[in-house]
Design a protein around this ligand. Structure first.
Ligand SMILES: *Cc1c(COP(=O)(O)O)cnc(C)c1O
Length: 381
């Protein structure tokens, strides 16, 4: 049977044709005026995306590289930091902080939940010397949204505290303006909402973070933010950049900025809401109590292994993600980031209904699809 595979995973994501075309070109050399111009354009586009005039730097790495740079550049060994640890990527902050010998206050949160504001206040009154708060804006493993503005206000009130945000699945889904949200360090990666292949990461840092970087005693070589910032402001990089990805980034940012960042956020909200309402209509339960618009995590129905259901979905052409660690076999995740529009939601819900039916779940076919269509219609205006 001929099946067309459709990627609905929260990274990597399907690419726009303009990006694919840009990627298919012959390589150019990076120490040329031609590339410098392309690089400066990408840098300026990223500044527009984040509504900032400050340095936004690029590394040739996956998103985790920029996460590592956030720990290695803006802290001193033994600094106390608070980790909002609410999933696989929250754990990654903790692991990085531990490798770089930070003192960790580990605020562990049940997967699928966000932090409690009262608990944050308690923690900072107990540890007023906290030098950093680490959080995911969108925790992809649990498809959970964390409010970063509240944490930004807290960080500002403390003596010398940076808010470090993993925006890998929020930049390009939400309007993420670090200066309005009180974010000091913000990272993102290419293979999520930026609609590119993996291999490029992005890091923004505030003036306050810059001061801290000049005083850091951490070892770093490739991920040296100040060294890169100096080079990159002139359109060059210290080492070989991800040339083709940067060329393609200009194409994806042209699309993103062309849509308008408010429209972009609204489109993702509608796609996520239509998905959430549709799966509830089918009788399934959402994983997150504070759902992110980048992807939707759903519990597989009782008695049905989520990975079996995913296999059934794949037979119909839909590749969705599973759960990690203790959620493996219990949940599946449908992405909304990537080259998607409203009708992609209708399509994946149709596939989900058929896969459920084939696997023996009692379902009235079309119920979820109808719900998704209704939500989209209500929002079309
Ligand atoms: C994907 C992802 C990462 C890790 O990115 P890599 O590119 O795999 O290194 C980190 N944080 C979040 C929230 C992610 O979704």
């Amino acid at each position: 049977m001929f099946i067309k595979e459709r990627l609905f995973t929260p990274g990597p994501v399907p690419l726009p044709p303009q990006v694919i075309k840009a990627l298919g070109q012959q390589i150019i050399h990076h120490r040329t005026p031609e590339f410098t111009q392309i690089f400066l354009e990408a840098r300026e586009n990223l500044q527009k995306l984040l509504k900032t005039e400050r340095d936004v730097i690029m590394f040739a790495s996956s998103g985790t590289g920029a996460m590592e740079a956030s720990v290695a550049n803006f802290f001193r060994k033994g600094d106390r930091v608070l980790i909002i640890n609410a999933g696989k990527f929250g754990q990654r902050w903790k692991e990085l902080a531990s490798v770089y010998q930070l003192k960790i206050v580990d605020y562990e949160i049940e997967w699928g939940k966000t932090y409690d504001k009262e608990r944050i206040l308690q923690i900072i009154s107990e540890f007023p010397d906290i030098k950093g708060i680490f959080v995911q804006h969108s925790e992809t493993s649990t498809t959970t949204y964390h409010d970063v503005k509240y944490l930004g206000d807290i960080a500002k009130k403390l003596d010398d505290c940076l808010l470090v945000v993993d925006g890998i699945t929020s930049v390009g889904v939400y309007q993420v303006y670090p200066e309005e949200l009180g974010i000091d360090v913000l990272v993102t990666g290419s293979q999520k909402a930026l609609m590119l292949p993996p291999g490029l990461s992005v890091l923004y840092f505030s003036e306050k973070a810059e001061e801290r970087a000049s005083k850091s005693d951490m070892p770093r070589y490739y991920f040296d933010v100040l060294k890169e910032a100096k080079k990159q402001s002139k359109g060059q990089t210290a080492y070989t950049p991800a040339i083709n990805l940067i060329i393609a980034l200009n194409e994806s940012l042209k699309l993103i900025l062309g849509e308008g960042l408010d429209n972009l956020e609204e489109r993702h909200r509608i796609m996520a809401e239509a998905t959430r309402e549709a799966v509830k209509e089918i009788g399934l339960k959402l994983l997150s109590e504070s759902p992110s618009n980048s992807a939707t995590g759903v519990y597989s129905p009782a008695g049905i292994d989520a990975d079996q259901l995913r296999k059934e979905l794949l037979k119909l052409g839909f590749r969705v993600a599973g759960g990690q660690d203790h959620l493996k076999g219990k949940i599946f995740r449908i992405a909304h980031m990537g080259y998607f529009d409203f009708m992609d939601v209708v399509q994946v819900i149709a596939g989900l209904e058929m896969a459920l039916k084939r696997i023996g779940y009692e379902i009235e076919i079309g119920k979820g699809v109808r719900k998704a269509q209704e939500v989209i219609l209500e929002n079309l205006g």
